[in-house]
Design a protein around this ligand. Structure first.
Ligand code: F6R
Length: 365
């Protein structure tokens, strides 16, 4: 039931504070991740993990890409991420003591399941699933499971599944990092930031009206570019995927540093550029990328930390996002991009919840 909402997608975007909270509940205290957060066998299985191989498709793959930044940063464990349809059809080397991590909302995605089954033959330490559907094939075939508590996701474009996957992945990363020298102080700092997420996501939802206004600039465009750096690069990818899926506008995501290696040639007044820019040490670099786009007549839409001092100017639209912890920022910055694509799609009159050619669960390859 959509209740007061016009579309399931909008309802699911607005459910995020609640489902993020449900996903953290019972897994963290005020300052630390609980030992039993990943089930009773987890401590033993995580003990000697030397490598993490993440496999997923689509939006879930983007969650995996964010997790790679966290896992290497906080746990210091090498992490590879690959889309399932590529992984399953190439010869791959599985390192000893690998944790094989599949991420899937449905738990029934054919390529993801095939990759897991194939990897089982090659051998790995343990299989962990991050999944939203209890009793799904993925859950049944994995050694460890972290259920996201997103509830049923009806809109074909994934929203709340993604942010709850990220929440689960961050909790997992902390559990793994504890076996790899993460100190209690840093853990407490990040766990406290996780507790702030429901409130921060609500603060971003309050910007909905402004984002709807912004969406008008995209309505008659055929192309767009999404830029991000570091762990916000996969957020840019996810923002671009949402826009193409439901508004049918061609959207491409690039790591901001790649701009001058090619895509800058495309930028003109017909090519809006969306950038996610949290206030971290990469923001200065991002500012110089922004100049390059503006110098070519490109119109820029920047989602930036209030503290980052990005001032609106001619051709530069700034959406101020409340200051958030650098580690949890990808979760918060995803939300305005979901709203942006939603409003563009509504303006264009597309079938938001059932975009053409797409199915909710891809059980055939
Ligand atoms: C995008 C979307 C798809 C899914 C992908 C994987 O909005 O929904 O890209 O993310 O088909 O599905 P799951 O997570 O069920 O394996």
């Amino acid at each position: 039931d959509k209740g007061e909402y016009r579309h399931y997608m909008l309802k699911e975007i607005y459910e995020q504070p609640k489902v993020i909270k449900a996903t953290m509940e019972g897994r963290i205290t005020a300052t630390r991740v609980l030992e039993q957060a990943l089930g009773t066998d987890a401590e033993n299985l995580l003990e000697n993990v030397r490598h993490v191989q993440i496999i997923a498709c689509g939006t879930s793959y983007h969650a995996g890409m964010v997790a790679r930044y966290w896992i290497e940063d906080l746990a210091g464990v090498p992490c590879s991420v690959e889309v399932a349809s590529e992984f399953r059809y190439r010869k791959h080397v599985i390192q000893p003591d690998t944790l094989f991590l599949c991420i899937s909302q449905s738990g029934e995605t054919a390529d993801t399941l095939a990759a897991l089954r194939q990897a089982k033959k090659a051998g790995f330490r343990a299989a962990l699933a991050i999944c939203n559907v209890p009793g799904s094939s993925l859950v049944r075939e994995s050694d460890l499971v972290i259920m996201t508590q997103a509830g049923p996701e009806i809109g074909v474009a994934s929203t709340k599944a993604f942010t709850t996957q990220l929440t689960a992945l961050l909790i997992f990363t902390l559990a793994l990092a504890r076996h790899n020298g993460l100190n209690a102080e840093r853990e407490a700092d990040i766990v406290k930031a996780i507790h702030l997420l429901p409130g921060q996501v609500s603060d971003v939802l309050a910007l909905d009206g402004e984002i709807e206004e912004m969406s008008k600039a995209f309505m008659d465009k055929n192309h767009s570019l999404f830029l991000g750096r570091g762990s916000q690069y996969p957020v840019a990818m996810e923002g671009a995927l949402k826009l193409k899926e439901i508004s049918y506008i061609h959207a491409e995501a690039y790591p901001a540093g790649e701009l001058k290696h090619g895509p800058l040639a495309l930028v003109d007044s017909e090519m809006p550029v969306v950038t996610v820019a949290p206030n971290n040490d990469l923001v200065e670099k991002l500012k110089s990328n922004l100049e390059e786009v503006r110098a070519r007549g490109g119109e820029l839409f920047v989602f930036a930390d209030k503290a980052a001092d990005v001032k609106p100017e001619e051709g530069l639209h700034v959406m101020q996002i409340p200051s958030v912890h650098e580690i949890t920022a990808p979760i918060v910055y995803t939300v305005p991009l979901q709203l942006l694509s939603y409003h563009v799609a509504v303006l264009k009159g597309t079938d938001v919840d059932q975009p053409r050619n797409l199915a909710k669960s891809v059980t055939v390859e």
